[in-house]
Design a protein around this ligand. Structure first.
Ligand code: NAD
Length: 346
């Protein structure tokens, strides 16, 4: 079996884990690593990602030096959440004639908020005969792809509710800041107002994917970000939350068709919810024929699943027809456990 040659762009918390996973798969070959952190540049890639075997390549901050389509089949990029911020790097990858998997949340369905950039990515990919996709645990899996998969046997769907209750404690300072963890209630509300508290990024993208896939006809969305105030002391390696402070952000999306709410997405993200008796989990209710209720407890582990689905998508996007894809356009990715997992009938 010929290996799929992969460059990992972005070697942070997600990217370094993806690089290790790529390196561990017999059908994938890690052939390069890109990051602009000065402490990584020029260092052997295996040292930066924390593996033993010398891969014979050093981390570079110069993408042009590694993006040779005769040597690279796919780039997995894990640098940022926003299409606009990633756009120049995505152009570089596509213009080099190389396929791409991104975990930027907005790339799950870039047409949701940046239709012109989505059209440009689609055109560039087609021009260069390659394909590009955005994925991750959420958006990409738990609150959109899984929702649509559950409706596969439905005769009709009247409305959908999906809730993901997760624990933020494995994450670092950036996530704590963007979720408003450790703030007072007033600071949180001011942060939502001025945009410094982002909450969850990806709801408009999940709503677009579900609506398009089912023809649900959502014509308007409303989003709300509310503070989750702790009544107990909560502590992680990165933050201490005293009672009365914000432990996380509860984000809600309502998707309307006319005046009717046909999609409700609820995502309370907080540090150590079990300290207040709240377990983690993914819950999906499909109202329709048949009625469906699914739960996964505890939550589908976010960081682990994001690394997994990004890497598992690599063979799918390499064999896909040229253009911009989403998770509902390609054959369902699964764990890459043996040779038969690397090719599908397309
Ligand atoms: P991180 O901050 O730990 O790592 C990002 C890395 O990218 C850093 O090492 C940084 O130096 C590097 N980088 C940034 N811009 C670069 C550029 N233009 N060129 C070269 N290197 C660059 O972040 P992370 O935890 O690994 O997450 C990465 C992104 O993925 C975040 O925006 C996060 O929100 C997103 N994410 C999405 C999902 C999902 O479900 N879709 C899940 C997890 C993370």
């Amino acid at each position: 079996m010929a290996s799929v040659r992969v460059v990992q762009w972005g070697l942070g918390a997600m990217g370094s884990g993806m690089a290790r996973l790529i390196d561990s798969k017999e059908g994938l070959q890690l052939v390069g690593g890109i990051d602009n952190r000065p402490e990584y540049v020029g260092k052997p890639l295996h040292e930066v990602i924390g593996t033993d075997t010398d891969l014979g390549v050093n981390v570079t901050d110069d993408p042009a030096s590694v993006l040779d389509p005769s040597q690279v089949d796919c780039v997995v990029i894990a640098t940022t959440s926003w299409v606009k911020e990633q756009m120049e790097d995505l152009r570089t990858i596509l213009r080099a004639g190389i396929n791409c998997v991104s975990i930027a949340e907005e790339m799950a369905s870039p047409e949701a908020q940046s239709p012109e950039l989505a059209a440009e990515l689609d055109a560039l990919a087609k021009e260069h005969g390659v394909s590009i996709i955005g994925t991750g645990v959420n958006p990409g899996l738990s609150m959109d792809m899984l929702v649509v998969a559950l409706t596969a046997g439905c005769h009709e769907v009247t409305s959908i509710e999906a809730t993901r209750v997760n624990d933020l404690s494995p994450y670092g300072p950036t996530v704590m800041r963007t979720q408003g963890v450790g703030l007072s209630e007033q600071e949180f509300l001011a942060g939502v107002e001025d945009g410094s508290v982002d909450g969850h990024i990806g709801f408009p993208e999940s709503a677009q994917m579900i609506s398009d896939a089912l023809g649900l006809g959502i014509d308007r969305i409303e989003q709300k970000r509310e503070p989750i105030i702790s009544s107990v002391r909560r502590e992680t390696p990165h933050i201490v939350i005293e009672p009365g402070m914000v432990a996380g952000c509860k984000q809600t999306l309502l998707g309307y068709r006319g005046d009717e709410v046909v999609l409700t997405l609820v995502h309370p993200q907080q540090v150590l919810p079990e300290l207040e008796g709240q377990g983690t989990g993914d819950y999906i209710t499909i109202n329709g024929t048949p009625q469906i209720s699914m739960q996964i407890t505890p939550e589908y582990a976010g960081g682990t699943a994001t690394k997994g689905i990004a890497v598992n998508c690599v063979p799918r996007i390499v064999e896909a027809s040229p253009g911009l894809k989403n998770m509902l356009d390609i054959p369902l990715p699964g764990a890459l456990m043996g040779p038969s997992a690397y090719t599908r009938r397309v």
